[in-house]
Design a binder for this molecule. Structure first.
Ligand code: FES
Length: 117
């Protein structure tokens, strides 16, 4: 068998099988909620905002992205001084981790909680 054929066969196997490497591809974030959560943050402390939408500790990461093999990672952030902020839970904000009002869009309001963005 020519070398090219072997490569093509391997390539097909890599993308086609169950439980193969395609499972490590990034999954889409899920809409965790449709409204932001207000939280009091401590200045200088680091926080992990849930990006995948699967955390049971919204809006913060609980490690679900890892256990569920999403290929997504939380966003580390901190504020300089103590502040009360609205953190996004719909995961569609353009200013993560902060709510920018995108949750009010028809796309988010008509979608099911737990559905992919
Ligand atoms: S909750 Fe996501 S933009 Fe407001």
């Amino acid at each position: 068998m020519p070398k090219d054929s072997l490569w093509k066969t391997s390539s097909r196997e890599i993308t086609g099988g169950r439980g193969g490497p395609e499972c490590r591809l990034k999954q889409k974030p899920l809409i965790a909620q449709k409204t932001p959560i207000k939280v009091e943050l401590k200045g200088g402390k680091r926080y992990k905002w849930c990006v995948c939408g699967r955390s049971k500790n919204q809006p913060f990461c609980d490690g679900s992205h890892l256990f569920q093999g999403t290929g997504l990672f939380p966003l580390w952030f901190k504020v300089k001084e103590n502040r009360t902020v609205s953190l996004c839970t719909c995961k569609a904000t353009q200013k993560p981790p902060y709510c920018d009002g995108t949750h009010k869009s028809q796309k988010i309001q008509c979608a099911q909680v737990g559905s992919p963005l």
